[in-house]
Design a protein around this ligand. Sequence first.
Ligand SMILES: C[S@@+](CC[C@H](N)C(=O)[O-])C[C@H]1O[C@@H](n2cnc3c(N)ncnc32)[C@H](O)[C@@H]1O
Length: 232
Amino acid sequence: MNRKEWNNLAGTFEKNVCDISREETADQIKRYVARAKIPKRGGVLVDMGCGIGTFILQYGHRFAEIVGVEYASSIIARAKKRCADVAGVTWHTAGVEAAGKRIGPRADLTVCMNVITVPSAAKRRAMWDGIAAVTKHGGHALVVVASIEAERMIEKLLDEEPADHANGLVDHDGALQKHFARDELNQDFSRAGFAVKKIGKAFYPWSKEGLRSTPKLRANPPWDWVALAERV
Ligand SMILES: C[S@@+](CC[C@H](N)C(=O)[O-])C[C@H]1O[C@@H](n2cnc3c(N)ncnc32)[C@H](O)[C@@H]1O
């Protein structure tokens, strides 16, 4: 999806977008945030592709300074409204790729959740580099990406013809979206200058796949990969 398409979703974001820090069902994000070393005083959070600001609303109070980066102007406008009562936030209507130049390597925690979705490997690389550019050495990054293993599990459960998904690209309503294998996530993080500490599953409800839960589906919830890494 491009910036214009994201802007078109601003009004219906909660209905149409998986806001993983709100929707995940097993408190993984909370656990991963707890593992990141956030200083008791003066901590800096950078949320890359912050959407309507849900992570900032949930976790912003742990930081002295927060930077929200989001390239869709109608979406960041909603984030600003929703987070009006959170202290110490500055906002950048900008791409993740270029945020490093504006912000510098200041984050104790950088989060980038369900933002690295573009089919182009070169564009994804620029996004990983953007995450590295805003994270201070010894700081942490928390990244959530779509899982190709989960996509294959879903196809199997629904008795669909297994698709090839070359390069992890999955067709969602005519738009190709990158899905990562667990190892690939590890490699991309490492290439960007991070040491991966933990990778796990952030489960979300079947309703986000447009399906009503049945006992069989309930026993096999879909997931995104969530990973925590330290900037080295
Ligand atoms: C699936 S939403 C996730 C929002 C938020 N991180 C969350 O978890 O709720 C993806 C968001 O990333 C933004 N986005 C996508 N590509 C971006 C880019 N290159 N730079 C900045 N924001 C981007 C979109 O506009 C959208 O708001």
